[in-house]
Design a protein around this ligand. Structure first.
Ligand code: ATP
Length: 126
């Protein structure tokens, strides 16, 4: 009983990791996010950003990936259910894309507020 519960949970983790791998493999946006994430992590290590700054960076990375992954699932679901043009599909896809945009803008602001003072120490203090 306990064993089957644990093996089911382990399998669920496997499916979730498969989902991340499938997303990165199939979506061009995902590859760009992975490269951007690696650049940001390298910059964070290089400038030795603080613990709190790391927390914001991790949150920003997560928001970008989560919104992009949910947007991709919404797009795939809509294309599967209704490949033809429909105003409701337009609404659903546009709202999902809007969520991605909000996440990306928030991440860009967080990145700028954290890294600009490190990159340009003499610039205005953000
Ligand atoms: N079946 C449809 N019915 C109505 N409008 C649609 C439909 N498919 C796409 N659209 C419109 O086209 C926009 C782009 O849709 P699409 O699925 O191509 O997303 P995308 O952002 O270009 O995705 P990706 O670049 O990840 O393939 C949608 O936001 C929506 O406005």
């Amino acid at each position: 009983m306990v064993r089957s519960y644990i093996s089911k949970r382990v399998a669920s983790f496997g499916y979730a990791f498969n989902g991340i791998a499938a997303f990165v493999k199939s979506e061009a946006h995902a590859k760009i996010h992975v490269i951007a994430t690696l650049v940001v992590i390298a910059a964070g290590c290089w400038y030795k950003i603080t613990k709190v700054e790391w927390l914001f960076i991790i949150l920003a990375i997560a928001v970008v990936f989560i919104t992009e992954m949910l947007n991709t699932t919404v797009e795939k679901m809509m294309d599967h259910l209704s490949p033809d043009y429909h105003p409701n599909i337009k609404f659903i896809k546009d709202v999902a894309a809007g969520a991605v945009l909000i996440g990306a803008i928030a991440a860009a602001i967080i990145g700028a507020v954290i890294f600009i003072p490190y990159i340009f120490p003499n610039a205005i203090n953000l």
